[in-house]
Design a binder for this molecule. Sequence first.
Ligand SMILES: Cc1cc2nc3c(=O)[nH]c(=O)nc-3n(C[C@H](O)[C@H](O)[C@H](O)COP(=O)(O)OP(=O)(O)OC[C@H]3O[C@@H](n4cnc5c(N)ncnc54)[C@H](O)[C@@H]3O)c2cc1C
Length: 493
Amino acid sequence: MGARTGAQFLQRIREHPRDLWHRGERVEDPTTHPAFARGLRSMARLYDLQWERADECLYDSPSSGEKVGLSFLIPRSAEDVQRVSRMMKIWADVHFGFMGRTPDYLNRAITYYASGADFLGEKEPAFAEHMRRYYEYLRENDLCLTHTLIHPQANRAVGPSKQADPYLAARVVKETDGGIVIRGARMLATLPAVDEIMVFPSTLLRNTEEDAPYCYAVGIPCDTPGLRFLCRETLDYGRSPFDHPLGSRFDEIDAVVIFHDVFVPWERVFIYRDVERANQAYAATGAIVGMAHQVVVKNIAKTEFFLGLASLIVDAIGIEGFQHVQEKVAEIWIYLETMKALLRAAEADAHEDAFGAFRPAWPPLDAARNLYMRWYPRIVEIIQQLSASGIIATVTEEDMKNPELIEDIRRYFQAARAEAYDRIPLFRLAWDAALSAFAGRQVQYERFYFGDPVRIAGVIFQKHDRTPYMEKVREFLKQMKEEAFAQAEEARP
Ligand SMILES: Cc1cc2nc3c(=O)[nH]c(=O)nc-3n(C[C@H](O)[C@H](O)[C@H](O)COP(=O)(O)OP(=O)(O)OC[C@H]3O[C@@H](n4cnc5c(N)ncnc54)[C@H](O)[C@@H]3O)c2cc1C
């Protein structure tokens, strides 16, 4: 098949009904259900766009010769890394970074998993082959993935094997000639209404030997029997896209995933009861680098949006002369330039890995993803501070169209440099970006979706080599000591 169009993306979802629940109701067809439909349509738009800009978004499949999505490309040069980056920016600019699970995010993960598949096959060579075939299947059919990596939040003082209920966290309960059976739950899966789900180990958390039944990686269709998705309530309230400009377009939905004895055939198993591989897979294959690369590109698009939004607010209500206002806008600009510089550094230092694929350099990407977890809530706060009551004092599309209200609205909702009918959409957008339920979920997403910021910082502490800098200071300390003792020696009578 090769790269899909938006219509093909939606059609496949319709043809594969899954056990998907929203507000106590089983959702038969997410493409027409009000909680999911508009978010999926935004996703479909990206599939159309890849054909509209085929030169920048598609490449020739090495196996079928069909055009396939560039986010499946295994980079063989630094230029390839940049090509993928440009393609990801084309997509991110459509949703301004508000969709975290556009297909390129997990395509980058699965692509590096495939290129580094030898790592998965070190103990059991078949697993490497399973991964390569799965990647090829996804690429050739342009399928869209969700993923779930984390055990349910019941008792975080102990790991999955020590929970009161050993089947709370999804674990292997049975092994047969044909495959394995999984029972329990995982959280979360953002964008549950798509084609396939990766049920993989965490990028961050480390397992012990007794966690072995929880240490596996599988990829299965979302309509696999026994697989259930329990969704949070939608943030698309079915209201006009004018009133809810972001929530009505970009809500992806998040779900807890429940495995009611889900059978997974061996050809879809990539890690099995293997603590060592589970703990190292994301780093060893480069999958985490591929994901972080996409994330930084997406976050640049998002920060560009917020810099534009902040600047328009400042201009509209004439607050540009105040120094603290300038400082706040400058702060967003600094975040943007830092993100761009880190992306550029990562791409400039792209290098060939042990499997022959090119990876962007990890330290700048790692710095960028860690910074953004902390900066994003601040960016949102700046929009709140600059807008003040303006973000609250907005009316709806119905008010604006009501002849009885038009005159009042024109008069009392005007701004220094925007008439009311231009000012209101601006502040509705600010509200949905910085204050609405959609905005709140975005903050929580940016803080946590890549893992707990506290423990990620712990990994930076443990893994990034600081010895050259310690050496530098040690050298100076030595010099200080030598100078002090030399002076003491000289002073001695
Ligand atoms: C909007 C959203 C979307 C998401 N989408 C996905 C997705 O698509 N796929 C997916 O797999 N995951 C997803 N996640 C889950 C994400 O991976 C987790 O939120 C993240 O890994 C943190 O885990 P947790 O939420 O279970 O927090 P917890 O681990 O329960 O942490 C709760 C609090 O306790 C602290 N804490 C807990 N344990 C420790 C410890 N050992 N040491 C120090 N502090 C600790 C944490 O710092 C935190 O403050 C999503 C999360 C959000 C919020």
